[in-house]
Design a protein around this ligand. Structure first.
Ligand code: TXA
Ligand code: MG
Length: 347
């Protein structure tokens, strides 16, 4: 089977098509096929959580390292009993406040969850997405669905069905069409399997919100402890094909630095792309500009992966990217930008 192209079905979910498309996608998942679906963060590539062959195929088509575990998606709290061994008190506070939503909780796993899902870890990551199509699909499928982001490993995550087709067209059974993802960066991953909550990946739920709900500080594990705790964080991610430079510092200095770098590249005949807030776009004549919206990390997050893919599509050689303040969603945004960029420039 390896490498043979299959026809990837694009299943519309607008108006009268929704019921039929969801029924088809759920049937495909139950039959062991791979189906991509929209969520509020990014599109996921689903496989039934107890179907080992589908899970093996999922790792293969994404080119995902086997030591990087998957998030299990549910639509109803009743589904978690089968997946976990124990439930800490923190779980109730967090699920009540943030589910459905962009928060993934890491808990001690039950024996029912196959090792291929968790990459052999004693824990399992679980999330309840806040997207009508995802919820309807999970309900109709009837079993929890393991789903990483629906991109080739290392590429920018998909926030539209067309991004999924770019990376995985001809390799998966279907993609449910659900428009552009509302948040645009992935969920926050919070490990609550130990005594203190550990923030393994910043994402759509902010640290500030988590701390307010829990009434305690939420810290990220440092250095070497991160490796075994969240294997996914050690890989280069979100990378465009072009070389990418991230400019960090005060806004005026950042924009001035980007403008002068842009002029320098263009003078040498190098095709330059720019990712910056909309109001700054006019300062980059001669470059391909992808707007990150009208300012603020929330808007920028929503457009980030589309912008990276768009500039790659234009064939730029170097991408100059504006950094943002690390507040609220700015943490997740800067985390993705630093992983995507080969080099950071302090202005
Ligand atoms: O928003 C999202 O979370 C999206 C949508 C589709 O739900 N999914 C997503 O999946 O971003 P993925 O596979 O691209 O990222 C999953 C992250 C990785 O960093 C992985 O290492 C971590 O979650 N993870 C999964 N299981 C874990 C576990 N048991 N312990 C620690 N980290 C885990
Ligand atoms: Mg991913």
């Amino acid at each position: 089977m390896r490498g043979r192209a299959i026809a990837t079905r694009v299943l519309p979910t607008g108006g009268r098509n929704r019921g039929r498309s969801i029924a088809t996608a759920a049937r495909l998942l139950r039959e062991g096929c791979l189906v991509a679906f929209p969520t509020e963060t990014v599109y996921g590539l689903g496989a039934g959580v107890f179907n080992r062959r589908a899970l093996e195929r999922l790792f293969r088509v994404k080119g995902r390292p086997r030591d990087n575990p998957l998030i299990v998606h549910i639509w109803h709290l009743d589904q978690i009993w089968r997946l976990v061994e124990t439930i800490p008190v923190m779980f109730w506070v967090l699920s009540e406040r943030f589910w459905p939503g962009p928060l993934t909780l890491v808990l001690r796993k039950s024996r029912a969850v196959p090792d291929v899902v968790t990459a052999g870890l004693p824990t399992v990551a679980i999330r309840m997405p806040d997207h009508a199509v995802a919820r309807a699909l999970l309900k109709e499928t009837g079993v929890p669905v393991a789903a990483p982001s629906a991109n080739i490993a290392g590429r920018p995550s998909p926030t539209r069905a067309s991004h999924v087709l770019e990376d995985l067209g001809g390799k998966i059974a279907a993609v449910l069409e659900g428009g552009a993802s509302r948040i645009g960066v992935e969920s926050t991953v919070l490990d609550i399997s130990g005594r203190r909550p550990l923030l393994l990946r910043p994402g759509g739920t902010t640290r500030e919100e988590l701390e307010a709900a829990l009434g305690m500080r939420v810290v990220s594990p440092r250095g070497s402890r991160l490796g075994p705790r969240s294997p996914g964080m050690k890989y280069r991610h979100y990378a465009p094909r072009a070389a990418m430079l991230l400019f960090e510092g005060g806004r005026p200095q950042v924009l001035a630095g980007m403008r002068s770098a842009c002029r320098g590249l263009l003078r040498r005949g190098i095709r330059a792309g720019v990712l910056c807030e909309g109001s700054a776009a006019s300062g980059f004549r001669g470059a391909d500009v992808a707007s990150l919206g009208g300012g603020g990390a929330e808007r920028a997050a929503r457009r980030l992966f589309t912008g990276l893919r768009m500039l790659d599509g234009r064939g730029v050689e170097v991408i100059l990217c504006q950094g943002f303040p690390e507040e609220r969603l700015g943490h997740a945004l800067m985390n993705r930008l630093r992983k995507a960029a080969g080099r950071r420039i302090r202005c």
